[in-house]
Ligand binder design. Structure first.
Ligand SMILES: NC(=O)c1ccc[n+]([C@@H]2O[C@H](COP(=O)([O-])OP(=O)(O)OC[C@H]3O[C@@H](n4cnc5c(N)ncnc54)[C@H](OP(=O)(O)O)[C@@H]3O)[C@@H](O)[C@H]2O)c1
Length: 308
């Protein structure tokens, strides 16, 4: 049994990871503004951006592994609040990396495919990042702070979807919500990505820890899809009307922050080092649907609400 400290435990990845892993391993989740109600694992409420908070948390909990998911992960919020984005996404990971190194704790730091500008696609770990917005620039600075401070840490560049507290955190949920209420929705035909369903990602992160990997890994599905294609797969899996999806370009959507059109990553280094074939998109969508049938969205949503 491994003792995990999971930051961002109220977020999409942190919460799903903790729910999935909490029955086999010991998990303590760190939340900030969003308290969790009736979570099946203990939580602590800490604003990690406050001076000394990381140090105190690590000393008090002393886990075997820290999974660092906490971030200012909304691209548009990062454009509006660049200083906060820098503090949370760039400085905080470096502080955590230093504390983990001092205490001999394994750090698994979560980064993003968005460190690339998306002009080329199929990026490998040796390609030079070219971040194009505040979110990406601050996340890249966070990676570098971890790398410089704690070379034994794992840095996983990810992209994923799943069921979240708000029901709006991932594109898959938004497709489901709109299509199931018969609303039309744009699906970008010119934005490509390689996302995992969050439980697929959780299993892979566990394997990475077990295999004692270190350094930078592209931790995404080996299959890429356009957002429009992904929407069609969701519609088909849930038996919804795919005709409600309007094929369109991201450039017509009036987004605040510039997007990268081709964020496909080459994950062969990870596949080689884990000695396994990484799972594909169809399997992910099937698992997303199975979780829905098992009542996970409702269960998660209730954790975000006080019953009082
Ligand atoms: N979602 C994606 O598809 C995607 C894609 C690529 C990379 N990533 C990366 O994956 C990681 C997890 O993303 P996510 O989508 O799960 O994030 P999310 O749902 O937006 O959740 C962010 C989490 O960070 C916590 N947090 C923010 N500021 C904090 C602070 N000052 N102190 C303590 N906790 C703080 C939030 O806590 P409260 O809500 O309690 O305030 C929340 O639990 C991030 O590093 C993100 O950059 C995500």
């Amino acid at each position: 049994m491994t003792r995990f400290l999971v930051t961002g435990a109220s977020g999409l990845l942190g919460l799903n990871f903790s729910l999935r892993v909490g029955s086999e391993h010991q998990v303590v989740g760190v939340v900030n503004q969003q308290v969790l109600y009736q979570a099946p694992f203990p939580t602590v409420q800490v604003d990690l951006s406050e001076k000394g908070a990381v140090e105190t948390l690590i000393k008090q909990t002393h886990p075997d592994v820290v999974l660092h998911c906490a971030a200012l992960a909304n691209v548009d919020t990062c454009e509006l609040e660049p200083e906060r984005a820098f503090r949370v996404n760039a400085e905080l990971p470096g502080e955590l990396a230093a504390a983990c190194k001092r205490e001999n704790i394994k750090l698994l730091h979560i980064s993003t495919d968005a460190v690339f500008d998306g002009q080329k696609g199929a990026y490998s770990e040796t390609d030079a990042p070219q971040p194009i917005n505040t979110y990406a620039r601050t996340k890249l600075a966070g990676e570098r702070a971890v790398q410089d401070t704690n070379p034994d840490a794992i840095i996983a560049r990810v992209n994923f979807y799943g069921w979240s507290l708000t029901g709006r955190r991932s594109l898959a949920e938004i497709f489901y919500t709109n299509l199931s209420s018969n609303q039309t929705m744009r699906g970008f035909t010119d934005v490509f990505f390689c996302q995992f369903y969050v439980d697929q990602l959780t299993e892979i992160l566990l394997q990475m820890v077990k295999k004692k990997l270190k350094g930078l890994y592209h931790t995404t599905s080996p299959e890429s899809l356009s957002k429009h294609h992904f929407g069609k797969m969701i519609a088909e899996q849930f038996g919804l009307n795919a005709g409600l999806l309007i094929p369109s370009s991201w450039q017509e959507a009036g987004l605040k922050a510039v997007r990268s059109p081709n964020l496909t990553l080459d994950s062969r280094k990870l596949s080689r080092d884990l000695e396994m074939t990484l799972p594909g998109q169809k399997e992910g969508v099937r698992l997303f649907y199975s979780a829905f049938c098992a009542g996970l969205p409702k269960r998660i949503c209730e954790m975000g609400r006080s019953s009082a």
